[in-house]
Design a protein around this ligand. Structure first.
Ligand SMILES: *Cc1c(COP(=O)(O)O)cnc(C)c1O
Length: 370
């Protein structure tokens, strides 16, 4: 699905030098590299504060710890997403309320979101799924109307630009009160281990998030809040600082690969190519087709049999996951989420694809469906 080996070979000398310099400095936690990456990411995202942490799930957890919510408060999430989004909410004894998504861009359906609001609703988590943004303008309007926090799960869309109707643009993850991302190796900006970060333009939230990520500490050995220990280590920061310079070029490579897939799949009677919404740039964390003739599972088996990679993101709606049973009074299937879980299939998508590599997969998909 990804080719991190070839990508590494192209930046090997830069990365190796940076990693060795961390080892020689023995400044493994915090220090110059973490500071430099933090500042460079703030500049790239045009956001006031970046708080690095240990992974994307921690980023979400720390975000929710900082909002001061009460057990039982409701947080609206899309039902079609990775488990982490709702997991941290449940972990903090908040209540994840799962709503349906848009059949075209797979992101939270803003009318379903509006209908799910109750007096207990305190926050919304738009997930910018597969690399393009949810309808942030409408989501921010709803949040303002009902006085809700917005925590963007930007683990899959770092680098995407969101365009407001007045022409302004802003980076994904910097529009809500807090944005969260993951630097898991296969993410668009991936390190060589685990990593994550939290973004905010709010100074008070930034100092609270920073404290929570560091044992709730205000100054050394003085702990004002119950926090966690969640750090991005210096080796990962050094690698990320180099890869950040390539992020836009990586997104362009992903987009070129997506365009080529589109050109070969569009118009096929049983394939829906991924729609691109008109308010954000798609950075194609995943290239996800819908197979509409009921043969998605058989296609997956056929590709696997031919030793070609593919993946189902995601096979089960959040409300069907056993983990969330006690958080849901009555499971009401959501029509779009149900269909997507049965129809989606993601094909190899990374920075090192070219048409000849893609053709091998494309030809097999077409052979099977024709
Ligand atoms: C990857 C991912 C996360 C979690 O990130 P980790 O670094 O693996 O903890 C959260 N949300 C979404 C949508 C993701 O894709």
């Amino acid at each position: 699905m990804v080719d991190l080996a070839t990508q590494y070979q192209k930046i090997k000398s830069e990365v190796d030098t940076a990693v060795i310099s961390v080892m020689e400095s023995t400044s493994f936690i915090g220090g110059e590299k973490v500071k430099s990456f933090r500042e460079n990411l703030e500049r790239y995202l045009q956001v006031k504060h970046v708080i690095p942490c240990a992974n994307g799930t921690d980023a979400l957890q720390i975000a929710f710890m900082a909002l001061g919510l009460e057990p039982g408060d409701e947080v609206i999430v899309p039902a079609f997403t990775y488990v982490a989004t709702a997991e941290v909410i449940a972990l903090l004894r908040l209540r994840p309320v799962m709503v349906d998504v848009d059949p075209n861009d797979f992101n939270i359906d803003t009318s379903a979101l509006r209908e799910a609001i109750t007096p207990r609703t305190k926050a919304i988590v738009p997930v910018h799924l597969f690399g393009q943004c949810a309808n942030m303008e409408e989501i921010m309007r709803i949040a303002e109307e009902y006085n809700l926090f917005v925590v963007e799960d930007n683990a899959q869309a770092i680098g995407s630009d969101y365009y407001f109707s007045d022409g302004r643009k802003q980076k994904a993850g910097t529009i809500g009160h807090i944005g969260c991302t993951s630097f898991f190796p296969s993410k668009n900006l991936g390190c060589y281990g685990d990593g994550g970060a939290i973004f905010t333009n709010d100074d008070d939230l930034a100092s609270k998030l920073t404290m929570i990520a560091n044992h709730g500490q205000s100054k050394q050995y003085y702990h004002d809040l119950v926090g966690v220990n969640s750090r991005l280590d210096a080796i990962q920061a050094a690698i990320l600082d180099i890869k950040l310079n390539h992020l836009d070029e990586y997104a362009a490579a992903r987009r070129r690969a997506a365009d080529y897939y589109d050109s070969r799949f569009s118009g096929h009677p049983h394939i829906l190519i991924p729609a691109r919404n008109n308010y954000s740039t798609h950075v194609f964390h995943q290239y996800t087709l819908r197979i509409t003739n009921g043969k998605r599972d058989a296609l997956k088996e056929f590709l696997s049999f031919n030793q070609l990679p593919c993946a189902i993101y995601y096979p089960l709606p959040l409300y069907e996951q056993k983990a969330f049973r006690s958080f849901i009074d009555e499971v009401r299937p959501l029509p779009v989420t149900e269909i997507l879980c049965k129809e989606v299939i993601s094909l190899p998508m990374h920075t090192e694809l070219d048409p000849s590599r893609q053709d091998v997969v494309i030809d097999k998909v077409l052979e099977f469906l024709n």
